[in-house]
Design a protein around this ligand. Structure first.
Ligand SMILES: *[C@@H]1O[C@H](CO)[C@@H](O)[C@H](O)[C@H]1NC(C)=O
Ligand SMILES: *[C@@H]1O[C@H](CO)[C@@H](O)[C@H](O)[C@H]1NC(C)=O
Ligand SMILES: *[C@@H]1O[C@H](CO)[C@@H](O)[C@H](O)[C@H]1NC(C)=O
Length: 337
């Protein structure tokens, strides 16, 4: 989830304006940093007006799974655009879906919880992780879905990733608490694993600290939306922090992110997708196409024909949710690399 908000648009706008003052190394003007060969973005699927697409995952068969924030729904999107998006599941008793991760082929886990769609305040204790078995799914099918765990201590669960596949562990960011939980999907055991100041929010109005999380080697990498940072912390195999955090890059209001196989990281957030070394440094604009306005997450394709294509989920632009005037629906966008 990218932002919480308040009744007063003016106050929120102030929050976002103030973000720029905490960027240690402001990004260059986007037009200056776009390479001459900047890849062209194209629309894969446009959702109805007023739809916030929050996150995505790519199945091994290449089909895209998209979580919606403005309704408690999971969709499958055909990356070829040849068939319409199909509703996979509506999660009863929730208002919104957030992070999604695959642990075991075609076994997906989805974060869902309750968020006020008028104030965007999250309901503490309302967040759950569900298992969605996509094995053999085709559009119109009814996958088996079960609740894995409730998080009575969770304030606002958001990004999720595999922490340790051999031990069936997921890592889940709590953006409002500024901490990360581990979840054993077999035993449903939940443990708080990292609670570091670099994960904490620093806004009372829109408290979004740690947001996207990834595990690579013996480190956990994460974005902090309020602090405009991309950070890593060495950890052990159960996800506990072993040494202190290193802030690797700064970028405006980063949301979720992904890595490619060449050591590059790609960050969704606001109205551009940025990229730069996984290990940190200055980031460049990968795409600032109008199509990626309100980008929320990104993942590469998984088939031979699209493994170089970055798929991006969007909310269509945050301004719409602040003003309540909707002109640009959330999308799945493809950017060839
Ligand atoms: C979450 O929202 C759903 C749908 O409005 C509602 O049925 C459920 O009781 C809510 N749960 C909590 C914990 O607020
Ligand atoms: C990781 O560190 C935590 C905290 O020190 C410890 O409780 C846990 O046993 C460690 N895990 C492993 C696999 O060593
Ligand atoms: C990052 O950008 C700053 C300001 O333009 C520059 O001084 C610095 O050398 C750059 N760092 C790298 C690693 O390129």
């Amino acid at each position: 989830m990218h932002v919480c908000c308040c009744a007063a648009v003016v106050a929120l706008t102030g929050v976002f304006l103030s973000l720029s003052s905490v960027v240690a190394q402001p990004i260059k003007a986007r037009d200056d940093t776009v390479a001459a060969s900047a890849p062209q973005a194209s629309v894969v699927w446009t959702f109805p007006q007023d739809t916030w697409v929050e996150n995505l995952a790519v199945r091994s068969n290449g089909q895209i799974l998209a979580t919606l924030f403005t309704s408690p729904q999971l969709y499958q999107v055909d990356p070829t655009g040849n068939s319409p998006a199909s509703l996979v599941h509506t999660f009863p008793q929730q208002t919104s879906c957030l992070g999604i991760a695959e642990l075991g082929t075609d076994i997906f886990y989805v974060v869902a919880g309750n968020v006020s769609l008028t104030t965007f305040a999250s309901v503490p204790g309302s967040f759950n992780v569900y298992k969605v078995d996509m094995t053999g799914y085709s559009p119109g099918g009814n996958p088996s879905v079960s609740k894995v765990a409730n998080f009575p201590q969770g304030k606002e669960l958001n990004g999720m990733t595999v922490l340790n596949a051999a031990q069936d562990l997921l890592a889940i960011a709590d953006s409002a608490a500024g901490s990360v939980f581990s979840l054993n999907v077999n035993t449903a055991a939940v443990s708080p694993v990292v609670d570091d100041s670099t994960m904490s929010p620093n806004s009372n109005i829109a408290p979004i600290g740690v947001n996207g999380v990834k595990v690579h080697g013996n480190k956990i990498y994460f974005t902090n939306t309020n602090r405009n940072t991309y950070t890593s912390i060495p950890m052990n195999s159960t996800g506990h922090a072993m040494r202190s955090a290193s802030t690797l890059s700064t970028t405006t209001s980063p949301d979720d992110f992904t890595f490619d196989s060449n050591g590059q990281a790609y960050f969704a957030g606001n109205d551009a997708v940025m990229n730069g070394p996984v290990t940190g440094g200055n980031l460049s604009v990968f795409s600032n196409s109008p199509l990626v306005k309100g980008s929320t997450a990104c993942k590469f394709g998984r088939t031979a024909s699209d493994s170089g294509t970055l798929y991006v989920s969007t909310n269509g632009g945050l301004d719409q949710y602040l003003t309540g005037s909707f002109t640009n629906p959330g999308k799945i966008v493809a950017i060839p690399n």
